[in-house]
Design a protein around this ligand. Structure first.
Ligand code: FAD
Length: 137
């Protein structure tokens, strides 16, 4: 049996989100007997703690991001898919992506992050700039 054929029979772990959580989980599975697919709607990981510096012109946007596909060079059991999660079918154990593909999983890890919370403060949303993504910064 070839290496590729052997891989197909391994449990498939699908991770949604290539932020701190998703990337850490993928790395932790580096030597595990599984196939890992990391799905993110963006092609890059963002180091959010430095977005303030991008917003204030101290850093370039490219300084706080790195390409998720580069993880593959260090991890043979990892595949990176640039797509948007649309739907989860827990009975069929599949996720549906924006391009229409149904991706089967044995284990699903949701690490799709959070966004700005205004905690119900009147006027906060209308009078502030959110700094959660590279484009917002
Ligand atoms: C400005 C700022 C400063 C911060 N400073 C600090 C700090 O100093 N110290 C600290 O500990 N923390 C800090 N944080 C918080 C920290 O950065 C976050 O807690 C952390 O990045 C969250 O990681 P995560 O992996 O859970 O989510 P994220 O990093 O948000 O990653 C989620 C990923 O999921 C992807 N995704 C979302 N929905 C979908 C979908 N439907 N389909 C496909 N992909 C999807 C997104 O593209 C994203 O890549 C800061 C945050 C911000 C915004």
């Amino acid at each position: 049996m070839s290496h590729a054929e052997a891989q197909v029979h391994l449990p498939h772990v699908v991770i949604i989100g290539g932020g701190f959580a998703g990337v850490s989980a993928a790395r932790a599975l580096r030597r595990a007997p599984v196939r890992v697919t990391l799905v993110d709607r963006r092609i890059y990981n963002t180091f959010q703690p430095l977005l303030y510096q991008v917003a204030t012109g101290g850093l370039n946007p490219g300084d706080v991001t790195h390409f998720l596909r580069s993880l593959r060079t260090q991890q043979p059991n990892l595949d990176v898919v640039h797509e948007h999660l649309m739907e989860i079918d827990t009975d069929a154990r599949t996720v549906r992506l924006l391009d229409g593909q149904e991706m089967p999983y044995d284990y699903l890890l949701l690490a799709n992050g959070v966004t700005t919370a205004y905690h119900g403060t009147p006027g906060a949303k209308e009078n502030s700039f959110a700094v959660y993504s590279r484009s917002q910064a």
